[in-house]
Design a protein around this ligand. Sequence first.
Ligand SMILES: [Mn+2]
Length: 323
Amino acid sequence: MKVYFRVGMIGAFLFLVYLIIFMTGRWREEKPLQKRVTNQEAMSRKLDRIQESLNKLANLLEKPEKKSSPEELSPNENQKEPKKAPPKLYPNSELFVKWGDGLTEEEQKEAEALFKIYGYNAFLSNQIALDRELPDMRDPRCLKKKYPRVLPSVSVVLIYVNEALSVIKRAVRSVITNTPERLLREIILVDDHSTYNDLGKPVEDYIDEIHKERPGLIKRVWHTSPMGLSQARITGWEHAAGDVVAILDAHIEATRGWAEPLLAQIKADRTVVVSPVFEKLHFDDLHVERHMSFAQGFDWALWCMYEFFKPNWSDVDESQPQK
Ligand SMILES: [Mn+2]
């Protein structure tokens, strides 16, 4: 880390030197060409010399550290050393506030780098099982409900752009595991022009793997240019062949019994648009927390908002659907 810091400092210093030279160069632009060239040559020579000295300095700084590196200690001395907890490299990163104790420095670096790319803990997502089982957070009264066996079929649309591969895979797996086979018509992956390499062939490979158990279950649709969130959802809907289309982000995990209550509502009245209450999947340790029951809607400025249900609703029965 110290070495990186030093290299960083030297880099910053060099950049500053470059900036000063650049600015001085610009101020002198009115001067005759001959003089400007000589000035530039002199500057460039100076810069070379500064760089040389900095390299020497960097080499000098590296050497004492190498002497005290653990590899050069005798094996006995090494064993006697008590195991120290690895230092926290990113004390200011949100990712490590509640998570990440005991990670090696290398692991912390990887986790932080992935967090910067994805905005959630893709490092942890890559470690945990694709078919992990989440706790059942349904109201006990929901568990007693019976739904018709014959329900409309559902096409599940998962939209994404530059999502973590393991997150997409887990979303797909969770939908397959938690939707009755007779009801799941297909899963449609809509990729809004991702640029990350691992969302090409690795996704195709995963689809092939799924198709060994459920032939033709997954469709993949690729936008040839970025078209945005709403269009991605519309694209998914256009490709859907099921009676009902469930439109979701790709960073979800379906849980047991998610589909039947929604499909039963639509079977009873095919004009309704239904939305479940989504539990909260935490970005850092990926645990799930029960979310309060809200209705989602939009205000006149088109901000998405959450609205409480009627005051008497929870007194009556929280397991009932609500408008
Ligand atoms: Mn989302």
